[in-house]
Write a protein that binds this ligand. Structure first.
Ligand code: SF4
Length: 111
């Protein structure tokens, strides 16, 4: 009868230990996010996805995938929780920060 409770307690303590062990890693990731280099539109990966620093300046005739209201700040890949000012990491460009005003062809709606 006490087996399930003991098993559940062990699982809980194991998860708690993992969570505590991960805390320093989370701090490192947040510190690193503030120090990420800003993505340049001249970066080859940025060019491939037509990255622009300011979505408001895009011409929809030249960028048919762009629509008003779409910018990094409204994109599911923009990691706002790790932002430093208006710049944050982006899932499409690992190791780089993108501006909230930016846009690229990988823009995805938030769930
Ligand atoms: S994937 Fe989203 S957040 Fe990243 S650059 Fe493109 S539009 Fe911005």
């Amino acid at each position: 009868m006490t087996e399930p409770t003991s098993s559940a307690r062990r699982r809980f303590l194991s998860r708690l230990a993992l969570g505590v062990a991960a805390l320093p890693l989370l701090r490192v990731n947040r510190a690193a996010a503030a120090e990420l280099p800003h993505l340049s539109p001249d970066d080859p990966a940025a060019k491939a996805l037509h990255f622009a620093l300011d979505a408001a300046k895009l011409d929809p005739k030249k960028e048919p995938l762009y629509q008003a209201g779409r910018h990094c700040g409204t994109c599911a890949l923009y990691q706002a929780a790790q932002a430093s000012g208006d710049w944050a990491p982006c899932g499409a460009f690992p190791g780089k920060a993108v501006p909230k005003t930016g846009w690229c062809q990988a823009w995805a709606p938030m769930a």
